[in-house]
Design a protein around this ligand. Structure first.
Ligand SMILES: [Zn+2]
Length: 126
């Protein structure tokens, strides 16, 4: 019987953010990373999913600039080194270069849930 907490994957994700961690699941069935958190593996269907903290290091897979009246911002897809991809943003950098190394951090804005954003790694800033 699976731990009841495994049945609320989003809650596990938010709990990770609240302690400053980006969490993902490692499937003990097929060895792949699962993200977003799910009750079972999207590849092999196993429910043997182990919650892990990501080291937060990844590579920019894509970047799009959103032109906004207030301020422009970017939407990026990051390939984390553990083998999963997520959507996020690189604050303070209008056009982050695709292929750049990035590092995750949990950002807490007023009156908003914490979220994961990425900063360009040392040496990646242009
Ligand atoms: Zn699996």
């Amino acid at each position: 019987m699976a731990d009841i907490r495994e049945l609320a994957p989003y809650q596990r994700y938010v709990e990770g953010l609240q302690r400053g961690a980006l969490v993902f699941q490692h499937c003990n069935g097929c060895g792949k990373a699962v993200f977003y958190l799910r009750p079972c593996c999207t590849r092999c269907g196993s429910t043997e999913l182990e919650l892990r903290d990501s080291a937060g290091q990844g590579t920019l897979y894509s970047a799009s600039v959103v032109y906004d009246k207030e301020r422009n911002y970017n939407l990026v897809l990051v390939d984390l080194d553990e083998g999963f991809r997520m959507m996020s943003t690189v604050p303070g950098c209008e056009e982050p270069p695709i292929g750049a190394r990035v590092i995750a951090r949990v950002e807490r804005l007023d009156a908003e849930e914490p979220r994961v954003v990425f900063d360009l790694a040392e040496g990646a800033r242009q």
